[in-house]
Design a protein around this ligand. Sequence first.
Ligand SMILES: [Zn+2]
Ligand SMILES: [Zn+2]
Length: 310
Amino acid sequence: MTDNLDRRTFLAAAAGVAGAAWIRPQQPTRKTRLILLGTGGGPRPKKENNATAHVIIAGDQLYVVDCGDGVAHQLVLAGASLDKLRHVFITHHHSDHNADYGNLLLLSWASGLRTPVDTWGPPPLARITRLFFEMSAYDIDVRIADEGRVPLVPLIHAHELPGPGPVLRDENVTVTSALVNHPMVTPAYGYRFDAADRSIVFSGDTTFSDNLVQLARGADVLVHEALYLPAVDRLVARVPNAATLKKHLLASHTSAEDCGRVAAAAGVTTLVLSHFVPPDDPLVTAQMWIDAARRHFTGEIIAGRDLMEI
Ligand SMILES: [Zn+2]
Ligand SMILES: [Zn+2]
């Protein structure tokens, strides 16, 4: 509990403020925070978890990695302030990673964002951004006129990555990308964030990737997508395009066992499994995911859950 919270709690109690109980002690937090916003793989909306999205909070600013359905709402549930959005990174243009990219920008602006946001990802990110604003022009213009908001479009700077390598460096983090292997989506990127206190890597969607192993070398945390092979047949049995979907899943993603191999080869401290495929099979427990990755990795393994902070 911080001194500040102690004081607030004391003052609230001393004043007999109704509802003072909402002031909860907070866990001591690291300077650079990682929160999983959505841990389900695939674009199909699910009860159990949201589509892929994560946020790093550093220096009071938000660095969002992937924008699956519901990312803005998940940020609110995580206690983040949308007006602190600073950077958005898209790993690749599958809809479970970008469906709410434009909405995140629009809804952050509607929540008070007045400062620049840089967005990063593969082409056609600039076109996606431009067309989203064109689609949303009516609402944006009305709110500027009606509510006195600053114009949104000049705040947003979309950067299409020309290839792997350095992405940006600011006062909080250095960001580096690597090409990962996610047929048929090319290019697809993984991202590494190096902060003063920790390093965090996101695999994006990929098969076992040597590039990712290099990118994640010695990192504190590797957030890796994960496929549970024994359950794939149950997953695809629910859809009409079963054969094609199964082929895509096996050719484009990484089994939980191989996530352990990547983590071991890269020498990371903590492996966080996320982007679960299947995302909502009740027969596959968190422990089963961990056990699968454990075969090849002796470090810490966490089966991610939405809104988990790591
Ligand atoms: Zn995906
Ligand atoms: Zn994908």
